[in-house]
Design a protein around this ligand. Structure first.
Ligand code: FES
Length: 172
């Protein structure tokens, strides 16, 4: 025959207090934890593309566009202004280049130096790129200008993330 184990009043009260205290603590801590990690659980809007104008505005001559992007990284949200040099060739293919020089990060401009017409020129150390963003071998940059993902929808051009430009460097 099994022996019946009795719980003292003190033990019962201890259990009851621990259970109630644990329940109340969980009720207070859970919203705090959720508040703290919530931004990490939400999907980032970083993959969105931004409209930069009608596709008809662009042609074989590079045109500079500026656009605002909203980025969210965990708890940190910010708006930044980016720019791109956009061309559309005679086949209707669009190329949107980042203006950030691949040498040390200065900003390049199109057709800005009379000594190097119809090129992207970096004033910091004389970096040079052709219209497709390919660096001229022998100038400081060792990579072509990055390009933006592009999409044309309802006659508008949208730019997305920056990606590496696969074109090789060129000789003069
Ligand atoms: S930063 Fe452009 S050439 Fe050096």
């Amino acid at each position: 025959m099994s022996e019946k184990r009795e719980i003292s009043r003190r033990t019962f009260l201890n259990y009851a207090l621990m259970g109630t205290g644990g329940f109340l603590a969980a009720g207070m801590i859970t919203p705090m934890i959720r508040f703290a990690v919530d931004p990490l659980l939400k999907a980032s809007a970083g993959g969105d593309k931004v409209a930069v104008g009608s596709v008809d505005e662009f042609g074989p001559e590079p045109k500079r566009v500026e656009f605002k992007v909203h980025t969210k990284d965990g708890w940190y949200e910010s708006d930044s202004v980016l720019s791109a040099w956009v061309t559309k060739n005679d086949k209707g293919e669009i190329l949107a280049l980042s203006p950030i020089c691949k040498h040390l990060g200065c900003t390049v401009n199109w057709n800005d130096n009379p000594d190097y017409p119809n090129e992207y020129y970096c004033p910091c150390h004389g970096g040079r790129y052709n219209i497709n963003g390919q660096q001229y071998i022998g100038t400081p940059p060792t990579k072509p200008l990055d390009e933006y993902e592009t999409e044309v929808k309802d006659g508008k051009l949208y730019l997305g993330k920056i990606k590496p430009n696969p074109r090789p460097g060129v000789s003069e």
